[in-house]
Design a protein around this ligand. Sequence first.
Ligand code: ADP
Ligand code: MG
Length: 727
Amino acid sequence: MSILRFNALKEVLNRKPITIEENKRRSELFGKNVFNEQAMRQYMTKEAYQSVMDAVEFGAKIDRKTADQIAVSMKDWALSKGATHYTHWFQPLTGATAEKHDAFFETVEGGGAMEKFDGGQLVQQEPDASSFPNGGIRNTFEARGYTAWDPTSPAFIYGTTLCIPTVFVAYTGEALDNKAPLLRALQAVDTAATAVCKYFDKNVSKVNATLGWEQEYFLIDTALAAARPDIMMTGRALLGHSPAKGQQLDDHYFGSIPTRVLSFMRDLENECMLLGVPVKTRHNEVAPNQFELAPIFEEANLAVDHNSLLMDVMEKVSQRHNFKVLFHEKPFAGINGSGKHNNWSLSTNTGVNLLSPGKTPMKNLQFLTFFVNTIKAVHDYEELIRASIASASNDHRLGANEAPPAIISVFIGSQLSSVLDELENVTKGKLSPEEKTDLKLNIVGKIPEILLDNTDRNRTSPFAFTGNKFELRAVGSWANCAGPMTVLNTIIARQLNEFKEEVDKLIDTKKLKKDEAIFNVLREYIKASKSIRFEGDGYGEAWEKEAKKRGLSNNKTTPEALKAKVSKKAISLFEEMGVMNKVEVEARHEIELEEYSKKIQIESRVLGDIARNHIIPIAIQYQNTLIENVRGLKEIFGNNFERYANEQIDLIQKISNHIAEINSKVEDMVEERKKTNKLEGQKNADAYCNKVKPYFDEIRYHCDKLELMVDDNLWPLTKYRELLFTR
Ligand code: ADP
Ligand code: MG
């Protein structure tokens, strides 16, 4: 009966932290299991090495002969590290990573055997595409899928398997994964940003988008989690009364890390070091048992791979420490949820961060150019950004007054706001010598100084400038960063193309000097994008009203938000930038809607099961004890018994009422689900959102009330206080 919960508690109290050996410096471990530049130089011929480098830097193609050479070197390196298998490692649209291991081992004629791996196996594989979501692409094109090597993300060894990062595409070329569109978006932003950089520095030949994610998560003891079917099946607690002590004392944030957790973190960080994931910071987060981990930022494609890899490694390492790691955005109602801040910037191959002001007025004008263009792009495509972070689980977090609202806005701080205000007044057309000097000395020239003491921070903003980068904070902790990063880099690419066109036009037709033309275009962008800038409290109701007046979108649910992904505007953006064609965009939309519906459907089934088969029987059992008690009192006190049984009778009635409510609500919910299942696509998702999901809170309310009434010794599910405070 309730055995599981109490056994679990006993088990947890007896747990000891696992000792983690740390006899090597982190710097010595770093990248040991990565086929990085150092390893490549050691194992590869000069030409082969150079061809990989050219592929990484300029997207040059690698011919088959060179691929054979690279494969042999990669195999030799992998075997020297004890690897026995290899796999193409990819990120299908399921949200998880996928791998299919093949042994290097092959038999040869005459009964012998050897380890083999050639260019063909390195470059391409054919996993069964029909087993992964494809949004109808396969049916339309009768196409098989294949994975293709991405040389820009180095191969690595995990366990005894050589993992080769790859894209996953249909034979007809449509992307079936998260990486392929991201690579195309990064290509687009590189081309566009490099062209704009030429205004300021002719030596720039490549621009990389950079990403530094911050991963939040919860750790729950495996035994305690196992006594919660909801957590096991859906990643979150579908019911459970808030504990007397939650996070209201703020005693967890940055507090000392519990010993068992610390040993998990050490173990995890050692694994990360070997895999070349440059994790740097760790700390407690706001909620009890919530933590955060962040790396040093990297080139965006690599950073996305590293985040996906990290999440996978975290699940594995946490098992060793008897923890279940929860990436759900809102595992516990009433307690802060988890996000994944995406710090983003652009950086040139000459080593300049384009969102960091420089020493000369020209460098600062470059900063302003990228800064203002970013704001303009977010202004023009705010709804698409909102769509890029939409998921069933993130819906719980956005707008819950602890995370950014569902309204996208940009925070830049008061000092930069006043710089933009001044730039709004720049004269149209040619500038007078005085105005030029003024801009140089008093406005643009002052930016580095004002940024030095830029202490403005606004935790409520979904897209905030933080000194030398923008921070997209609304990304969910469960999300693959590729989605939002694809959108962000695509809209920036489009924006920079437009900017370049407009500046060139002013130079050609109006005969303006370069910097005059730039000031002229920026002035118009600042005016046009004003409505996206917001410095106030993003959690407040006032902002919702104000945002509505400004015409900003406020799509609170995923089915609503996702529509922006298939709008005419979005499709033409993706097509124009060569990131996705219409078929790819629509396929993804279909997959995301379906995923949404499935998630709600599963939650609904699990909740119905727990409420009826776990909660109600226990409530009845306890009620029977009360009835026995009342009967006994009647025997003793006769007609006078009510004086002594008042409380009990009241409880008996209340329990009956809650049971009745739960029963009828669950029945209604099942009916709604049946109706919903007859619908398809958008209608299906809408119905799951608006017809099925509203029952969750109602059913939960009555279950949570019962939790407060029923004898603690009978309650079958681990309680919040146990999940969150037992270590
Ligand atoms: P916080 O936002 O918590 O105050 P920091 O400002 O120190 O912390 O940085 C947060 C994250 O920003 C780090 O993970 C870091 O890797 C990332 N970051 C710093 N500079 C850049 C950059 N140029 N591009 C992308 N990410 C960056
Ligand atoms: Mg941050």
